[in-house]
Design a protein around this ligand. Sequence first.
Ligand code: SF4
Length: 231
Amino acid sequence: MKSYIPSSAELAEKKSRVKYITQNLEAAYGVPINDDPCDPLDELILTILSQSTTDINSRRAFESLKRRFPDWESARRARPSSIAAAIKSGGLANAKSLVIKNALNEIKARRGALDLSFLQTAPIEEARSFLTSLAGIGPKTAACVLLFACDRKIFPMDTHILRITKRAGLVPEKFSDEQAHQLMEKLIPPKKHYSLHVNLIRHGRQICRPQNPKCDKCPLIEHCDYGQSQL
Ligand code: SF4
């Protein structure tokens, strides 16, 4: 696909729309505050468990894993089959157990301890590269850990977010998750990464649903290309 590089005028126009969208979502849903962040290693394991399942199932699998292995060192020493048994309620247990065990081994080998708190202050690209260098950890998982547990200025994409930003005309239709992620990170107002991420997901679940978006009730319609086409 031909690469798309927005002009500075286009970037400025999209930035102003994202600012408007952020403000209107905050007016509709409130200002989400990340006031009780998880430990970064807990967040990494939780995010691995969340792949291809619901929040309820992944939380249940995480709690079961913590009950079976009260510290991450004991999970690191366990057989993958023991980890898989503990997380079976979250689905894809065999594959996820291998990713978890490998991540724990790699972190211990490279950092000397099962501790990812350095991600809170490391240069952002270094933090992102460390996480994505772990087998099975992609850019979205890395971004979730850095936003939710480390309060870094980073914007994980999500199926709801990708759909809304494409409908709004912020992200070109053919963009992949990764291309959309790179573009959106240029557009977010300072310190609004968490708020916009959480509120776009709420909006995608309640109003801008995959089928039959409720454009007639949407507070973003004035700055949404699809919504404008429905007026
Ligand atoms: S106007 Fe419609 S398409 Fe646009 S964000 Fe709102 S619900 Fe989604």
